[in-house]
Design a protein around this ligand. Structure first.
Ligand SMILES: Nc1ncnc2c1ncn2[C@@H]1O[C@H](COP(=O)(O)OP(=O)(O)OP(=O)(O)O)[C@@H](O)[C@H]1O
Length: 302
């Protein structure tokens, strides 16, 4: 650097900082991903690496996720956001080529160990996908599907014959879940209609209601509004903020304004599968530490 010989102390300090950024990016990154908050983490992830075959998709991710708040995962396409999200309820187990190494603790319990009950884990850590994917069944059946599968609700002929009919509880559950997902008022008079007849935004709120019906503690959302128009998107955003009063929400989004609007903390992943910065959302968007994060959020790349 030609001006390193300047004697002006301010310039010297600025130059020193630039040099430090250039030389020990890795060390600084360690600092930039430390995010401190009050209370116990809902998830504690340490040295998480994921490969698809030989493709190393996530590198040494360590982060704690606080409960009852919205954590946004942002970053350019292919940087590993969805891969990370799927690690939180072991959905990557379903991808044959995927290999996961490292630790993910959910409420202090390691989920990557033999003996983890995956059905129970996924009941506690529910998820909503990018495109609304209601079952081609009635609105009511969409909601009660999970609780029936888990044996929490019995309905139908056999249940009636054996005196274990939970139809009343099913009604309550359907109403509660649809209200929580801000959909009840729009569908209460047509619960028997096929869910595929709802609008895209309604279908996505139905999928959120379906996820809530199994009484999860966490809801993972992968681009939940990317297929929706602005009005439907705004409803989903409001809903996410409301849900965080009672649930831990982790949401992947490409939409930085959305992350800024709805999340409490934001983790920025960058190309190659690295977590580069993790902090309060205001800090990330107003004053990020990393130049690469600043370039990304100001649209210089990605
Ligand atoms: N099922 C899979 N099989 C093989 N490789 C995969 C699979 N899923 C993801 N990958 C690869 O892992 C890397 C990370 O992908 P991932 O989908 O997690 O990124 P992302 O940040 O969520 O991307 P996008 O924003 O485009 O959805 C990419 O190189 C991708 O090609």
């Amino acid at each position: 650097m030609s001006n390193m010989t300047q004697t002006n102390p301010e310039t010297e300090e600025a130059n020193e900082q630039m040099t430090v950024v250039g030389e020990s990016d890795e060390e600084l990154r360690e600092e930039w991903i430390q995010y401190e908050f009050e209370g116990e983490p809902k998830f504690s992830v340490r040295d998480l690496n994921v490969w698809y075959g030989d493709d190393h998709a996530l590198h040494d991710i360590s982060m704690d996720i606080p409960e009852k708040s919205v954590t946004a995962l942002i970053g350019p396409s292919g940087c590993g956001k969805s891969t990370f999200l799927r690690c939180l309820n072991r959905m990557n187990d379903r991808i044959k080529s995927a290999r996961v190494d490292g630790s993910v603790k959910f409420e202090n319990q390691e989920i990557y160990q033999d003996g983890t009950d995956l059905v129970e884990l996924r009941k506690r850590v529910g998820q909503v996908f990018q495109s609304p994917n209601p079952f081609p069944k009635s609105i009511r059946k969409n909601i009660s599907y999970g609780p029936r599968k888990h044996g929490d609700i019995n309905t139908g002929l056999l249940a009636r014959l054996t005196g274990r009919d939970d139809s009343d509880r099913e009604d309550e559950l359907v109403e509660r879940s649809l209200k929580q997902a801000a959909l009840w008022d729009e569908v209460s008079d047509r619960l028997g209609d096929n869910a595929t007849g709802l609008s895209g935004g309604q279908q996505q709120r139905l999928c959120i209601a379906r996820a809530l019906a199994t009484d999860p503690e966490v809801i993972l959302m992968d681009e939940p509004a990317s297929a929706l128009d602005p009005v439907a998107t705004s409803k989903i955003e409001d809903l996410i903020v409301d849900l965080a009063e009672d649930y831990t929400v982790v949401v992947v989004t490409h939409n930085m304004q959305q992350a800024a609007r709805i999340s409490d903390q934001t983790a920025v992943f960058l190309t190659g599968g690295y977590l580069v910065e993790y902090d309060d959302t205001d800090k990330i968007f107003e004053n990020p530490e990393s130049q690469r994060v600043e370039d990304y959020i100001t649209g210089k790349f990605g």
